[in-house]
Ligand binder design. Structure first.
Ligand code: NAP
Length: 249
Protein backbone atom coordinates (compact mmCIF):
# COMPACT_ATOMS: atom_id res chain seq x y z
CA UNK A 1 0.00 0.00 0.00
CA UNK A 2 1.34 3.44 -0.90
CA UNK A 3 1.44 5.89 2.01
CA UNK A 4 -1.36 8.43 2.12
CA UNK A 5 -0.38 12.06 1.67
CA UNK A 6 -2.19 14.95 3.31
CA UNK A 7 -1.82 18.71 3.08
CA UNK A 8 -2.83 20.54 6.23
CA UNK A 9 -3.03 24.29 5.74
CA UNK A 10 -2.06 26.49 8.68
CA UNK A 11 -0.32 23.57 10.38
CA UNK A 12 2.47 25.50 12.08
CA UNK A 13 0.37 26.27 15.15
CA UNK A 14 -2.88 25.51 16.98
CA UNK A 15 -5.43 23.08 15.57
CA UNK A 16 -3.45 22.53 12.35
CA UNK A 17 -0.25 21.61 14.20
CA UNK A 18 -2.05 19.09 16.44
CA UNK A 19 -3.76 17.62 13.37
CA UNK A 20 -0.40 17.25 11.61
CA UNK A 21 1.12 15.41 14.59
CA UNK A 22 -1.87 13.07 14.96
CA UNK A 23 -2.17 12.37 11.23
CA UNK A 24 1.55 11.51 11.11
CA UNK A 25 1.11 9.15 14.06
CA UNK A 26 -1.58 7.39 12.03
CA UNK A 27 0.75 6.94 9.07
CA UNK A 28 -0.09 9.92 6.88
CA UNK A 29 2.78 11.69 5.12
CA UNK A 30 2.15 15.33 5.98
CA UNK A 31 2.69 18.62 4.18
CA UNK A 32 2.76 21.30 6.89
CA UNK A 33 1.66 24.61 5.34
CA UNK A 34 2.24 27.94 7.06
CA UNK A 35 2.05 31.61 6.24
CA UNK A 36 5.01 33.31 7.94
CA UNK A 37 6.11 31.37 11.04
CA UNK A 38 8.74 29.06 9.53
CA UNK A 39 10.25 28.28 12.94
CA UNK A 40 6.94 26.91 14.23
CA UNK A 41 6.34 24.92 11.03
CA UNK A 42 9.85 23.45 11.16
CA UNK A 43 9.30 22.45 14.79
CA UNK A 44 6.18 20.48 13.80
CA UNK A 45 8.07 18.78 10.97
CA UNK A 46 10.96 17.95 13.30
CA UNK A 47 8.60 16.43 15.88
CA UNK A 48 7.03 14.23 13.19
CA UNK A 49 10.40 13.11 11.81
CA UNK A 50 11.82 12.46 15.29
CA UNK A 51 8.91 10.08 15.86
CA UNK A 52 9.73 8.25 12.61
CA UNK A 53 7.12 9.97 10.40
CA UNK A 54 7.38 11.81 7.11
CA UNK A 55 6.69 15.54 6.78
CA UNK A 56 7.73 18.64 4.87
CA UNK A 57 6.98 22.27 5.63
CA UNK A 58 5.81 24.59 2.91
CA UNK A 59 5.16 28.33 2.95
CA UNK A 60 2.18 29.67 1.00
CA UNK A 61 -0.55 32.22 1.54
CA UNK A 62 -3.69 30.17 0.89
CA UNK A 63 -5.43 33.32 -0.32
CA UNK A 64 -2.98 33.70 -3.22
CA UNK A 65 -3.80 31.54 -6.26
CA UNK A 66 -0.25 31.41 -7.63
CA UNK A 67 1.18 30.42 -4.26
CA UNK A 68 -1.46 27.72 -3.81
CA UNK A 69 -0.71 26.24 -7.24
CA UNK A 70 3.02 26.24 -6.51
CA UNK A 71 2.43 24.65 -3.10
CA UNK A 72 0.54 21.72 -4.65
CA UNK A 73 3.20 21.30 -7.36
CA UNK A 74 5.89 21.25 -4.68
CA UNK A 75 3.98 18.55 -2.77
CA UNK A 76 3.50 16.56 -6.03
CA UNK A 77 7.28 16.59 -6.47
CA UNK A 78 8.36 16.00 -2.86
CA UNK A 79 5.70 13.67 -1.43
CA UNK A 80 3.36 12.73 -4.30
CA UNK A 81 -0.24 13.49 -5.19
CA UNK A 82 -2.37 14.36 -2.16
CA UNK A 83 -5.02 11.93 -0.89
CA UNK A 84 -6.13 14.28 1.86
CA UNK A 85 -6.62 18.00 2.41
CA UNK A 86 -7.39 19.75 5.67
CA UNK A 87 -8.54 23.29 4.93
CA UNK A 88 -7.56 24.65 8.33
CA UNK A 89 -5.77 27.98 7.75
CA UNK A 90 -7.97 30.80 8.98
CA UNK A 91 -7.90 34.18 10.65
CA UNK A 92 -10.03 36.38 12.88
CA UNK A 93 -9.74 40.13 13.31
CA UNK A 94 -10.20 42.65 16.10
CA UNK A 95 -13.66 42.82 17.65
CA UNK A 96 -15.77 45.35 15.76
CA UNK A 97 -19.39 46.00 14.91
CA UNK A 98 -20.41 45.58 11.29
CA UNK A 99 -20.85 49.35 10.95
CA UNK A 100 -17.12 49.75 11.69
CA UNK A 101 -15.79 47.21 9.17
CA UNK A 102 -13.49 48.53 6.45
CA UNK A 103 -13.60 46.97 3.00
CA UNK A 104 -9.89 46.07 3.46
CA UNK A 105 -10.79 44.04 6.55
CA UNK A 106 -13.64 42.30 4.74
CA UNK A 107 -11.50 41.49 1.72
CA UNK A 108 -8.70 40.02 3.86
CA UNK A 109 -11.15 37.92 5.88
CA UNK A 110 -12.88 36.52 2.81
CA UNK A 111 -9.64 36.11 0.84
CA UNK A 112 -7.96 33.93 3.46
CA UNK A 113 -10.91 32.11 5.01
CA UNK A 114 -13.12 31.60 1.94
CA UNK A 115 -11.05 32.02 -1.23
CA UNK A 116 -8.15 30.15 0.41
CA UNK A 117 -10.31 27.09 1.15
CA UNK A 118 -11.85 27.14 -2.33
CA UNK A 119 -8.45 27.42 -4.06
CA UNK A 120 -6.97 24.54 -2.06
CA UNK A 121 -10.09 22.40 -2.57
CA UNK A 122 -9.86 23.01 -6.33
CA UNK A 123 -6.24 21.85 -6.53
CA UNK A 124 -7.08 18.86 -4.32
CA UNK A 125 -10.06 17.78 -6.44
CA UNK A 126 -7.90 17.98 -9.58
CA UNK A 127 -5.52 15.50 -7.91
CA UNK A 128 -8.06 13.23 -6.18
CA UNK A 129 -11.05 12.83 -8.49
CA UNK A 130 -11.58 9.64 -10.49
CA UNK A 131 -12.82 12.06 -13.17
CA UNK A 132 -9.22 13.24 -13.45
CA UNK A 133 -7.75 9.73 -13.39
CA UNK A 134 -6.98 9.65 -9.66
CA UNK A 135 -8.05 7.26 -6.88
CA UNK A 136 -10.22 9.51 -4.71
CA UNK A 137 -9.52 11.29 -1.46
CA UNK A 138 -10.83 13.10 1.56
CA UNK A 139 -11.23 16.80 2.33
CA UNK A 140 -11.90 18.15 5.80
CA UNK A 141 -12.85 21.80 6.15
CA UNK A 142 -12.41 23.61 9.44
CA UNK A 143 -15.48 25.73 9.93
CA UNK A 144 -16.65 27.20 13.21
CA UNK A 145 -19.56 27.26 15.62
CA UNK A 146 -19.57 30.95 14.64
CA UNK A 147 -21.56 30.03 11.53
CA UNK A 148 -24.43 28.98 13.87
CA UNK A 149 -23.93 31.82 16.38
CA UNK A 150 -23.19 34.81 14.11
CA UNK A 151 -20.53 36.35 16.42
CA UNK A 152 -22.30 39.70 17.03
CA UNK A 153 -20.15 42.55 18.43
CA UNK A 154 -16.98 40.60 17.62
CA UNK A 155 -16.68 39.45 14.04
CA UNK A 156 -19.78 38.85 11.96
CA UNK A 157 -17.43 38.82 8.96
CA UNK A 158 -15.58 35.83 10.39
CA UNK A 159 -18.87 34.04 11.14
CA UNK A 160 -20.05 34.72 7.58
CA UNK A 161 -16.78 33.38 6.15
CA UNK A 162 -17.37 30.17 8.09
CA UNK A 163 -20.97 30.09 6.83
CA UNK A 164 -19.47 29.99 3.34
CA UNK A 165 -17.33 27.03 4.39
CA UNK A 166 -20.46 25.18 5.59
CA UNK A 167 -22.12 25.70 2.21
CA UNK A 168 -19.00 24.72 0.27
CA UNK A 169 -18.80 21.53 2.33
CA UNK A 170 -22.40 20.60 1.48
CA UNK A 171 -22.15 21.45 -2.20
CA UNK A 172 -18.75 19.97 -2.89
CA UNK A 173 -19.59 16.78 -0.99
CA UNK A 174 -22.50 16.21 -3.39
CA UNK A 175 -20.54 17.33 -6.45
CA UNK A 176 -17.71 14.82 -6.00
CA UNK A 177 -19.43 12.00 -4.07
CA UNK A 178 -19.44 9.85 -7.22
CA UNK A 179 -15.76 10.61 -7.89
CA UNK A 180 -14.28 8.96 -4.80
CA UNK A 181 -13.94 12.14 -2.75
CA UNK A 182 -15.52 12.71 0.64
CA UNK A 183 -15.91 16.27 1.96
CA UNK A 184 -16.68 16.92 5.62
CA UNK A 185 -16.25 19.69 8.15
CA UNK A 186 -15.57 20.20 11.82
CA UNK A 187 -17.07 23.21 13.56
CA UNK A 188 -15.04 24.00 16.70
CA UNK A 189 -16.35 26.19 19.49
CA UNK A 190 -13.89 28.19 21.60
CA UNK A 191 -10.54 26.40 21.46
CA UNK A 192 -7.45 27.42 23.39
CA UNK A 193 -5.03 28.56 20.65
CA UNK A 194 -3.16 31.73 19.68
CA UNK A 195 -5.92 32.81 17.25
CA UNK A 196 -7.57 34.83 20.02
CA UNK A 197 -4.40 36.85 20.66
CA UNK A 198 -4.16 37.55 16.93
CA UNK A 199 -7.63 39.12 17.25
CA UNK A 200 -6.45 41.31 20.14
CA UNK A 201 -8.02 39.14 22.86
CA UNK A 202 -5.18 37.02 24.31
CA UNK A 203 -7.29 35.92 27.30
CA UNK A 204 -10.50 35.21 25.31
CA UNK A 205 -10.40 31.44 25.90
CA UNK A 206 -9.72 31.80 29.63
CA UNK A 207 -12.33 34.56 30.04
CA UNK A 208 -15.06 32.64 28.20
CA UNK A 209 -14.45 29.31 29.93
CA UNK A 210 -16.90 29.86 32.85
CA UNK A 211 -19.71 30.70 30.38
CA UNK A 212 -19.25 27.47 28.42
CA UNK A 213 -21.76 24.67 29.09
CA UNK A 214 -18.90 22.38 30.20
CA UNK A 215 -17.23 25.15 32.20
CA UNK A 216 -14.17 24.97 29.99
CA UNK A 217 -13.03 25.62 26.42
CA UNK A 218 -11.68 22.94 24.08
CA UNK A 219 -8.16 21.94 23.17
CA UNK A 220 -6.59 21.81 19.73
CA UNK A 221 -6.02 18.10 20.26
CA UNK A 222 -9.74 17.46 20.81
CA UNK A 223 -10.43 19.04 17.42
CA UNK A 224 -7.54 17.20 15.76
CA UNK A 225 -8.99 13.81 16.74
CA UNK A 226 -12.24 14.55 14.89
CA UNK A 227 -10.40 15.93 11.85
CA UNK A 228 -8.16 12.89 11.51
CA UNK A 229 -11.15 10.57 11.94
CA UNK A 230 -13.02 12.39 9.16
CA UNK A 231 -9.90 12.30 6.99
CA UNK A 232 -9.38 8.55 7.24
CA UNK A 233 -11.18 5.32 6.32
CA UNK A 234 -13.01 4.93 9.66
CA UNK A 235 -15.50 7.59 8.46
CA UNK A 236 -15.91 6.01 5.01
CA UNK A 237 -19.69 6.63 4.74
CA UNK A 238 -19.53 10.21 6.04
CA UNK A 239 -19.64 12.97 3.47
CA UNK A 240 -21.32 16.34 3.74
CA UNK A 241 -21.16 15.75 7.51
CA UNK A 242 -20.52 18.39 10.18
CA UNK A 243 -18.93 17.46 13.47
CA UNK A 244 -19.57 20.19 16.04
CA UNK A 245 -16.79 20.25 18.64
CA UNK A 246 -18.18 22.93 20.86
CA UNK A 247 -18.89 21.30 24.22
CA UNK A 248 -22.69 21.66 23.87
CA UNK A 249 -22.42 25.36 23.11
P1 NAP B 1 -3.98 29.81 15.02
O1 NAP B 1 -3.48 29.17 16.27
O2 NAP B 1 -4.04 31.30 14.92
O3 NAP B 1 -3.10 29.24 13.78
C1 NAP B 1 -3.40 29.71 12.50
C2 NAP B 1 -2.60 28.94 11.49
O4 NAP B 1 -3.00 29.37 10.18
C3 NAP B 1 -1.11 29.18 11.58
O5 NAP B 1 -0.45 27.98 11.21
C4 NAP B 1 -0.87 30.27 10.55
O6 NAP B 1 0.45 30.26 10.00
C5 NAP B 1 -1.86 29.83 9.48
N1 NAP B 1 -2.28 30.89 8.56
C6 NAP B 1 -2.83 32.10 8.83
N2 NAP B 1 -3.07 32.78 7.70
C7 NAP B 1 -2.65 32.00 6.68
C8 NAP B 1 -2.60 32.14 5.29
N3 NAP B 1 -3.04 33.25 4.67
N4 NAP B 1 -2.09 31.14 4.54
C9 NAP B 1 -1.61 30.00 5.13
N5 NAP B 1 -1.64 29.81 6.46
C10 NAP B 1 -2.14 30.80 7.23
O7 NAP B 1 -5.44 29.29 14.65
P2 NAP B 1 -6.33 28.07 15.22
O8 NAP B 1 -7.06 28.55 16.41
O9 NAP B 1 -5.54 26.83 15.29
O10 NAP B 1 -7.42 27.98 14.05
C11 NAP B 1 -7.34 27.04 13.00
C12 NAP B 1 -8.68 27.01 12.31
O11 NAP B 1 -9.70 26.68 13.25
C13 NAP B 1 -9.09 28.34 11.67
O12 NAP B 1 -9.73 28.11 10.44
C14 NAP B 1 -10.09 28.90 12.67
O13 NAP B 1 -11.02 29.78 12.09
C15 NAP B 1 -10.75 27.63 13.16
N6 NAP B 1 -11.40 27.77 14.46
C16 NAP B 1 -10.68 28.09 15.57
C17 NAP B 1 -11.34 28.24 16.78
C18 NAP B 1 -10.62 28.61 18.04
O14 NAP B 1 -11.28 28.98 19.04
N7 NAP B 1 -9.30 28.53 18.09
C19 NAP B 1 -12.73 28.08 16.85
C20 NAP B 1 -13.42 27.75 15.70
C21 NAP B 1 -12.74 27.59 14.51
P3 NAP B 1 1.68 31.09 10.71
O15 NAP B 1 2.09 30.27 11.92
O16 NAP B 1 2.74 31.13 9.67
O17 NAP B 1 1.13 32.42 11.09
Amino acid sequence: MNPKIVLITGASRGIGAQTALLAAQQGWHVAVNYSSNSLAADAVVRQIRDAGGTAISIQADVGNEQQVKKMFEHIDAKLGRVDGLVNNAGIVDYPQRLDQFSSERLERMMRINVLGSFLCAKEAVLRMSTRHGAQGGSIVNVGSAASRLGSPHQYIDYAASKGAIDVMTLGLAKEVAGEGIRVNAVRPGVIDTEIHASGGLPHRARDLAPQMPMGRVGTAQEVAHAIVWLLGPLSSYCSGTFVDIAGAR
